[in-house]
Design a protein around this ligand. Structure first.
Ligand SMILES: CC(C)(COP(=O)(O)OP(=O)(O)OC[C@H]1O[C@@H](n2cnc3c(N)ncnc32)[C@H](O)[C@@H]1OP(=O)(O)O)[C@@H](O)C(=O)NCCC(=O)NCCS
Length: 413
């Protein structure tokens, strides 16, 4: 086994088409899109791992260098992607070998204290220390019942449908302001905006191109944007049965935010509005006259792994002061295993090795789950995954690890 794992290596640009095809085949999809022959701008081939097998790759994996918002800051993050092992090579430890190589290399480089990924299946990554830290809301409702409360202020701005050339720079500038305040949001450079706005014909389902809307104030300032898709349809009785699917909606003021939702809810011929990727805590439900009409079906989205506990815990802020010793169990990355003194505060944090007795004992999965502030440490204690040594430590740590803004990641990767 280790002989095969030793053959894992970064791929070259010439090998991209084979690598890409192998990955799609293992996921059960046909390769499509503009990057079947050449790597996309966001690819970092020196951070890929491939295992050549004739004219295929038996293993594919990659890492994106990303910047993720965390409570009170941003942190360089290894975005794990493209992980597949061919059915011909399964259950021989090759995924384990990929995880080993990636985490060793990220740790050795010392630049990214955190790794994150979207898991194809929830049973795969826990053993490697990853934990679901972010959810998406899976929102859906009957269009005729989705109306804003009568007193909602939608301001004096206007919503306009625009072309990509106008949308992209305005949306990018706004996103860069608002993403910093939402743990789990990712910075997007030009390559990531290309990818985010790529209008995949395969996802159109014979419908029109994706719609792009900007919200503009009277003085011309852009204070919001929305992307969405329309799919028309008629039921057996000839009634309109269309669906409007919200991609992403961001705004820098509550009025712009309300105006964009009002605009989306007021489309004709639509029976269903859905926002699968919106935050589970998306404020829209507080705008609705009938909030029960807007149904949530939350699903895990981003999984997080603390690669280096000390730098990771120091990189975020804590809404309540915290001064305690955590005993962290980390079987896969033993450099994290042991006791850490965490001094956390709304203004900053330090986290260092210590010999002092622990206040809490937990494994790195539990610590990774609570890192972005969206998962309750007390709930993990209830599940037997956190052990309280000093009385009151769970309540104190639970409070200090939470964050007022629920983590959210609208970027699939
Ligand atoms: C998931 C996948 C990468 C696993 O690769 P693999 O090389 O067979 O995994 P390994 O042999 O290293 O398995 C390591 C451990 O994980 C377990 N495991 C592997 N895949 C699993 C899954 N889908 N669900 C639950 N456990 C899984 C194995 O049983 C093994 O456990 P053990 O150590 O207790 O024996 C591979 O099956 C695959 O490519 N699946 C389709 C694509 C996919 O889902 N990729 C993930 C994208 S996020």
């Amino acid at each position: 086994m280790s002989d095969i794992a030793d053959q894992l290596r970064p791929i070259t640009a010439d090998e991209w088409p084979r690598f890409y095809r192998s990955m799609f085949t293992t996921f059960g999809d046909a390769p499509r899109g503009p990057y079947t022959e050449t790597p996309p701008p966001v690819a970092e081939l020196d951070r890929t791992l491939g295992l050549p097998d004739g004219d295929r790759f038996a293993v594919t994996a990659g890492i994106y260098s990303r910047e993720m918002s965390v409570p009170g800051g941003v942190v360089p993050t290894a975005g794990i992607t493209w992980v597949t092992v061919s059915p011909t090579h399964r259950r021989r430890g090759l995924l384990t070998a990929v995880m080993r190589r990636q985490l060793d290399e990220v740790h050795a480089a010392g630049r990214e204290p955190v790794a994150a990924l979207w898991a194809a299946e929830a049973g795969i990554y826990g053993r490697f220390g990853y934990a679901p830290a972010v959810e998406r809301g899976g929102w859906r409702g009957a269009a005729e019942r989705l109306r804003l409360r009568p007193e909602v202020d939608c301001g004096t701005g206007t919503v306009r449908l625009v072309e990509l050339e106008e949308f992209r720079p305005a949306a990018a500038a706004l996103h860069d302001r608002v993403r910093r305040f939402v743990p789990g949001n990712m910075a997007r450079d030009d390559g990531w905006w290309d990818r985010q706005l790529y209008d995949d014909p395969g996802a159109r389902d014979d419908g029109p191109a994706r719609q792009l809307a900007l919200h503009t104030e009277l003085d011309g300032t852009v204070t919001g944007y929305a992307t969405y898709r329309l799919r028309s349809g008629w039921d057996d009785h000839g009634e309109p049965d269309g669906t409007l699917t919200v991609g992403e909606l961001r705004a820098s003021t509550p009025a712009a935010y309300a105006a964009l939702w009002r605009f989306l809810f007021s489309h004709d011929l639509i029976r269903t509005v859905e926002a699968p990727d919106a935050s589970p805590d998306d404020p829209v439900r507080h705008l609705l006259a009938d909030p029960r009409a807007w149904h949530a079906a939350p699903v895990d989205s981003l999984w997080v792994r603390l690669v280096d506990v000390g730098p990771a815990l120091s990189a975020r802020r804590y809404p309540a002061p915290l001064d305690m010793v955590l005993e962290v169990r980390d079987r896969f990355c033993d450099w994290n295993d042991g006791r850490w003194h965490l001094w956390g505060h709304p203004a900053g944090a330090f986290c260092d090795r210590t010999d002092r007795d622990p206040d809490l004992v937990l494994d790195v999965e539990a610590l990774s789950a609570v890192y972005l502030g969206g998962i309750s440490l007390a709930a993990l204690q209830g599940a037997g995954r956190v052990t309280e040594i000093s009385p009151g430590a769970v309540t104190q740590a639970s409070t200090a690890f939470r964050w007022p803004v629920t983590p959210w990641c609208p970027d699939h990767f």
